[in-house]
Design a protein around this ligand. Structure first.
Ligand SMILES: *Cc1c(COP(=O)(O)O)cnc(C)c1O
Length: 486
């Protein structure tokens, strides 16, 4: 490869004008501003220039460059955030937006989003109201808490609680609970960010009440308990139950109230992570403890997510003692982390569905998918398999197989949820190509999972209405496959 050859190839690159004037680009011109076309043409030429400098020896083809520019232009027309079909079998899938909302919640969002609302307006006093009021009573009724506040998400809730009550003081936490939740949410980092001094006690596998006891100083502001979420210690392990932390905090408070100085009242705060408003008895011993159980167990405050097991919108809910919640409402972070009207509408409606637990189980999609009878899931898988078997040229063996679905969202990590999936068994190496097509090239991305040389489409996270779309995506794949091999 001589530099002269390279220079010659570079000279043959079309100009931006030439690319813009190709019929393919011309045809799209009315759709978007000229500047976007120019940018896309330039990016496409740059890409080819880069390829030549890297050793590409073919003469640049203006049509190929124009087609590439068109693809870039078209990607501007397609929304980046769009609906996807979850055939992964992971119910609370963080990358896929966690919990789908109940129809009623969606309707409530549309209603308040389209027009004005009573977001901060009291229809009783005809004056300014509080946005907190829409959900506080409901949370209290559902959990037995005295008071509650909802903020942007549970990470925000944890930060706010630590900032308000432990900034400049000590918070004691077990080494077995210093977890990373994902998305770089690590308990020690949040502690540092909130200016709380973290006091670690115990060991990775075992922490005893005496460890907490020994770590208490006059500066202890909090005993923090963190749900281990997506990991479990099994075997030789021990952690301190909430009740015991309550008794310890009470005895410290008792001793401090007799001292002459003005000591801090240490209190018990639990980051429950997923949180659950209903005990999911279908999971037996694996069922997550509910928020009400934490309140009953003696926490002063508990926080949890709105879009994990709860099945609502992204939010973080803090519930517990009224005097503590009052202080949180006055913390400047409450303003920075507050919920907007759409989220509040979705949250209020979702919480309202819980007032009737049977209704919650069928109308909140996350709960429905978690608890759906496996026979119904199997029937859905069979219906999908039936549709897929009718597609010609798919090039794979189609069967319905028993599989294991996961809750996701850091909940029920040890729980194998029985499910059925449609298994598309491909010749070696082709499953990945099919998976890539379903995600990148289908009009609605379909996210399944790969197991050995097969694509699995899990029927537990699919809705009946989505089966036709999955079949359409695979029909498109079969067509592409045949075109390529022709
Ligand atoms: C998921 C989780 C969080 C973060 O909650 P988000 O609502 O995602 O912000 C915090 N703590 C625990 C234990 C969790 O499981």
């Amino acid at each position: 490869m001589t530099t002269e050859q390279t220079r010659e190839l570079l000279r043959q690159l079309p100009s931006v004008e030439e690319v813009l004037n190709t019929p393919t680009m011309q045809a799209l011109q009315p759709l978007l501003p000229h500047s976007i076309f120019a940018d896309c043409a330039r990016a496409s030429i740059d890409e080819q220039r880069h390829a030549i400098l890297e050793g590409e020896l073919r003469t640049p083809d203006p049509q190929v460059i124009a087609n590439n520019a068109c693809t870039r232009v078209l990607s501007h027309l397609r929304p980046s955030l769009r609906r996807a079909i979850n055939a992964s079998g992971v119910i609370v899938h963080t990358n896929l937006g966690r919990s789908p909302l109940a129809d009623e919640a969606v309707n409530a969002v549309v209603e308040v989003a389209k027009g004005y609302s009573t977001l901060e307006y009291s229809t009783t006093t005809l004056s300014r109201g509080s946005r907190h009021d829409h959900v506080e009573q409901l949370i209290c009724s559902l959990t037995g808490a005295e008071a509650a506040i909802a903020v942007n998400n549970n990470a925000a809730a944890v930060m706010m609680v630590l900032n308000e009550f432990a900034a400049g003081h000590e918070a004691i936490v077990s080494r077995g609970e210093l977890v990373e939740i994902g998305g770089s949410f690590r308990i020690p980092d949040i502690m540092a960010l909130s200016n709380a001094a973290m006091v670690e006690v115990g060991t990775t596998n075992k922490t005893h009440l005496a460890d907490y006891q020994a770590a208490i100083t006059d500066d202890t502001a909090m005993l923090l308990k963190v749900h281990p979420s997506n990991y479990r210690l099994i075997g030789f392990t021990e952690s301190v139950p909430l009740n015991d932390l309550r008794i310890l905090a009470d005895s410290v408070n008792e001793a401090r109230s007799q001292s002459s100085s003005d000591p801090l009242p240490p209190f018990v705060y639990e980051d429950q992570g997923s949180g659950s408003l209903l005990r999911l008895d279908c999971f037996g011993a694996y069922a997550e403890p509910t928020v009400a159980e934490s309140i009953k167990g003696g926490v002063d405050l508990v926080s949890f997510s709105g879009d994990k097991l709860l099945g609502g919108p992204q939010a973080g809910i803090i519930a517990g003692r009224a005097d503590l919640i009052d202080r949180l409402k006055k913390n400047p972070l409450a303003r920075a982390l507050r919920l907007d009207k759409m989220t509040l509408a979705a949250l209020e409606t979702t919480l309202r569905l819980y007032l009737n637990p049977t209704q919650a189980l069928t109308q909140i999609p996350t709960l429905r998918m978690l608890s759906e009878d496996v026979a119904i899931v199997e029937a859905r898988a069979q219906a999908l398999a039936h549709q897929l078997k009718a597609i010609e040229g798919l090039g794979c063996a189609i069967e319905v197989v028993a599989e294991i679905a996961r809750s996701g969202g850091g909940a029920l990590p040890m729980c194998d949820i029985p499910t059925f999936a449609v298994r598309l068994g491909f010749p070696e190496g082709e499953a990945q190509a099919c998976e890539r097509f379903l995600v990148s090239e289908s009009s609605v991305p379909v996210i399944g999972r790969i197991k050995q040389d097969a694509v699995l489409l899990d029927a537990r996270t699919l809705r009946d209405e989505e089966l036709d779309e999955v079949a359409a995506a695979l029909r498109a794949y079969a067509t592409k496959r045949q075109t390529l091999s022709a």
